[in-house]
Design a binder for this molecule. Sequence first.
Ligand code: SAH
Length: 255
Amino acid sequence: MDHLAIVVRITRILLCTLLACLGASALPGAASAADWEAERLEMVETIENYRAHAGNILAAYGGFSPRVLEAMRIVERHKFVPDRMVPMAYDDMPLPIGFGQTISQPFIVALMTHLLEPEPDHTVLEIGTGSGYQAAVLSPLVKTVCTIEIITGLGEIAAKRLSQLGYDNVQTKIADGYFGWPECGPFDGIVVTAASDHVPPPLLEQLNPGGRMVIPVGGRFSIQHLTLIEKDKAGAVTTYQLLPVRFVPFTRGVR
Ligand code: SAH
């Protein structure tokens, strides 16, 4: 990013903070659809050029799949964040979405989606709907997305948003995702977007032979690793620790 871009971004963040202090919401009419599209293209360029932590992992997996990058180019992240976060929607960082939760960093969303190796005939499960953004990115890549959120308020907002935006192949549910969603599965891919200190056995059971699970494993205060689990055709499971990450905790009990 050049100096001008950094100055523009800092100015936007300051302006946004000021507006938030004044109780105003967002920057009315600040950006056109073309502006947002340009921001998305820049975001995807950042993701593609990301080499700091995951370059070797991406190399091992053949670089980002063009389908995944295309999904990142079309999903409107600015429609998944609270009004006061809209100006930062395409910055490559997590953002608060209320209820103490965050929408994940776009690079991590792209990486987790890529690692799932989504195919058009797949049914996938997401644990941790949050804003609904990860589900929206998966939506054009697979047949069905089933997504579970444990915080009622968040789950309701996300379900409404996904339906209003026309993500018709996404099914939502408010529940403790530890138990998966057998009626929606079995699943060719499972993505967990909150960190758990162990892999919930029901999720492993609901993963099809040949399926893949991507999950951050680690405690609230200990190091977490993005972990890829492959179940082969015979049902044998192999686990790969890929890179250190920081996710909000996997919690228990609907609230
Ligand atoms: N995928 C989201 C990221 C949300 S952050 C997005 O794209 O915006 C992780 C989410 O996981 C939080 O909303 C949190 O409430 C939820 N979560 C944590 N534990 C959970 C559980 N046991 N079942 C379902 N959701 C859970």
